[in-house]
Each structure stands twice: as C-alpha cells, then as structure tokens.
Design a protein. Sequence first.
Length: 357
Amino acid sequence: MAKNPETEHPVKAFGYAARDTSGFLSPFKFSRRATGERDVQFKVLYCGICHSDLHMLKNEWGFTQYPIVPGHEIVGVVTEVGHKVEKVKVGDKVGVGCLVGSCRQCEQCSNNLENYCPKQILTYGVPYTDGTITYGGYSNIMVADEHFIIRWPESLPLDKGAPLLCAGITTYSPLRYFGLDKPGVRVGVAGLGGLGHVAVKFAKAFGAKVTVISTSDGKKEEAIKHLGVDEFLVSRDPHQMQAAAGTLDGIIDTISANHPLVPLLSLLKPHGKVILVGAPEKPLELPAFPLIAGRKTVVGSAIGGLKETQEMIDFAAKHNIMPDVELIPIDYVNTAMERLVKAEVKYRFVIEIENPS
Ligand SMILES: [Zn+2]
Ligand SMILES: [Zn+2]
C-alpha cells in the first residue's frame, strides 16, 4: 500500500486532494485502473459537493486516509467499456454515487441493498478489492464496475441532476421505505439544506403535505414560494411547535449538527417516525418517555441500493425533480467548503470538471 498513487495504475488521472486534516484541497496527480471486463470508464463532467465530503476531508468521522479525493455525486460520459459490459456503451451519460463495490453475495446484496452490505466499498477514501485506495469525483476520469453505474436519462440535466446520486437517494429511499410516499401523508423535513430541499421535492412529487422545520425563518419565504412547502415551523418558537404538535406521520431529519430530538418527536402523530439521514459527530440525546408515549420510532437510513438509485433517477427525470445548484469551477472548491460550513449555498455546489490538466 506504499505504492505511489500516480503510478499504481496505468491510466493517468488528475483531481483535487486534501493531504491532511486542514482539509485544504489542491491539485493532485494520480492514476485509475485499466478498464476491466466489467468496468465502465467515463470522463467526469460534473461532481456535486456533499456535506460528508467536508466531514471526510477534515477526518471528522475518524477514518480518513490521506491523500483523499472526495466526491460521490459523479456524472459524465462513457469513454471505454470492458467487453462484458451490457448496461451502457461509449458515449452514454452515466453517474456514480456513494458506492463502487459490495460483496454481491450476502443477504443485503441479494435483496438489492448493497448500501447495507457489510463489505460495501465507498466511492472514495477506502481500500478497493485490489488494495488501492478509492478516489472520488473531484477528478477528470472515473472507472467503476458496471453494477455501480447509473444510466442517466436523456431528459435529466447532468449538472443539476448530479446531487441526486447522494442527496436524492438518501431522501427518496426512506420516504419510500417508511410509507411517506403517498398523497396526503404529512411529512416533516428538518433542516433545509442540500438533503432537505431534495427531500421536499420528492415528498411533494409523491403528493405528501410537507412541513419544513428550521431553526430560523430565514428560508421561510423561499421554502413556501419556491419549493412549495405547505408549512414552515421555526423550531426555536415554542408557540409554533406547540400548535403543530402531533400532526406529522414522519420526519426526515437532515440536520448534521447536534440538535435536540424531543421537539421533533413532539411533532409526530402516534406511530410516527423520526428518520435520521444527517450524521452529527456527537451522540444525540434520546429520552425514552416521548417514544413510549406514542409508540414512536427514531431510525436511520443510508443512501439506497443500486436498483433503487436507478429507480430514483428515472423518477426524478419523469417528474422533473432537480436539486437547486450553484455551479463552480474546481479551483473555487476551498471557498465553496468554507461557504458550506456556514450553510451559505442554495442548496448544493456542483463542480464543473473541465479538463483540469
Ligand atoms: Zn453524500
Ligand atoms: Zn454484500
């Protein structure tokens, strides 16, 4: 594993990497493997910036290996396919999300839940089956096994659609799994950022009535006018929270900072669920009584399997669901990270990867 990233594989690649816990990203030469018989190689055109990229860059979850090239909302055009590839051909538009590998044999994999496979391989920052470290989409070229390639619908723009590969599936999957995908269901979305605004769009497309729960009313007008949110609650206003108590069937909790769960639990009807998709660094406080009193659930959910991710992308194309994005050049990425920390983006940065060589 002491191999040089620039020479360990035959295909020259270029990206932006962080070398230490400062998380500062700078130009990085590395290499990609030769296209295997079931591999798809593609030219990366756009890559979304996910909040987890930020956590990983700074080793906030404690397992980052440097140098790290982040990025798991990757879209582009196929440049080469192995001879056994059936899913796509050269010239097709494709995407890769959070996963590039799994065991393909376990119970979870057999049920199209690669996202819960204990041997899943993340798109960046972990060892691949050949022992080399995976590098993500802040780079000009990508290669992945065709099983982990998403076919991109013609009608879905690559730039705006890219964040669906993480933010989209992370919210779509729990809405579906927990039955919050039906007309008239009352869905709460806690936190209106990259994940939250996509959760709103999917929930609205399913016909749900959507309540956004935010710490301030700064995004209220935009949420109601632009995103079509039905109700907007300021979590710090006890009167508003009291008035809305017991009204929601489920809440997609996208907040990645530490925050109290009890106010969210109080908004649920009996049997309601708070579904955690954000990942705060510290443990959340979970008192028993608010759960017991209404047989309520606090549960987590992680992205989705490959079959469901394709279904989500096709659904988004059909219903014209696109994240709101701000396109940036790759040399703006450090500034983008600073703005992301301060939540100064509506709602997702997408890097335009243009020939960074
Ligand atoms: Zn992500
Ligand atoms: Zn598996």
